[in-house]
Design a protein around this ligand. Structure first.
Ligand SMILES: [Zn+2]
Length: 273
């Protein structure tokens, strides 16, 4: 084996900053979507988490104290995306800010007359291009329910998407992957999904059902994915890891592209586990 400086440096971090066994076991028990990972993959994930925690600075906001346990829970979710890629995929920024719960995002938008309005809304996560990832701890900890919701995976998928500029649903693909295939598959799936969401919403309005009732899309994918191609990619990434069989059955072409990009086949892991 020929070692370069990066390998040597990483080896030193792994030797000196390894995660305690009991904390690691507790984290794995908490994160059900990691089921089916082989012992080799779990070892690699644990190493990735150690290196991630060395490289990133996680701080609490609004008085939240971020414990060691919280550090590992967040890092393990962030690292599942790059398990078969490299920590370099998260280079270029350092900070993760954690709020106790949802936080307020301020934004501007122009209406049809071109008038710019200032608005704010509560959100559970946010990723900035070249800047921090911001998370709600209440949401980051609410994993394992098997409903496909995972704010950490969502925000870190945006980070991967932003490796080639603004988030647009198209991260930099690996050699051997086809940009054309990716664009065609995602464009079609996104358009079909938007039609489905619109139809369900129209049905809800027609039938005067309360708006806070879950529209109950047949695919179980969060309707927020219809917001934009970037959100579609992030929501599909959540579902790919949290409920891979649903994605494989309802969005098989999307599943295939995500499996190529993440270099993982979580549906197979779930079947075998
Ligand atoms: Zn998003």
């Amino acid at each position: 084996m020929s070692w370069n400086f990066k390998d040597w440096y990483r080896h030193r971090i792994l030797e000196n900053e390894s995660i305690p066994d009991d904390l690691w076991k507790k984290t794995l028990a908490q994160l059900g979507f990691l089921r089916g990972l082989s012992p080799i993959e779990l070892k690699r994930l644990r190493e990735c988490v150690t290196l991630f925690l060395h490289a990133k600075q996680i701080s609490g906001a609004h008085g939240l104290i971020v414990t060691e346990e919280m550090h590992v829970v967040i890092a393990a979710q962030a690292c599942i995306l790059i398990l078969n890629l490299d920590l370099d995929y998260y280079d270029g920024w350092v900070e993760i800010i954690v709020y106790p719960g949802e936080f307020i995002r301020d934004y501007e938008y122009a209406d049809e007359a071109g008038v710019v309005h200032h608005a704010s809304e509560p959100v559970s996560g946010e990723s900035w291009l070249g800047g921090p990832v911001i998370l709600s701890w209440e949401d980051a900890a609410a994993v394992g329910a098997g409903v496909g919701y995972n704010v950490v995976i969502h925000e870190f998928a945006h980070k991967l998407d932003m490796l080639n500029g603004d988030a647009n649903g198209s991260p930099p693909l690996h050699a051997g992957m086809s940009q054309q295939a990716w664009s065609e598959v995602f464009s079609k799936a996104y358009a079909d999904f938007c039609v489905e969401v619109d139809a369900v919403e129209a049905m809800i309005i027609d039938s005067h059902i309360e708006h806070d009732i879950d529209p109950g899309l047949g695919s179980y994918i969060d309707p927020y994915a219809a917001e934009s191609p970037a959100e579609f990619f992030a929501v599909m990434s959540e579902a790919f890891f949290e409920m891979p069989l649903v994605v494989k059955i309802h969005f098989s072409a999307v599943y295939e592209q995500l499996a190529l990009f993440y270099r993982q086949d979580p549906a197979q892991r779930w079947i075998e586990s």
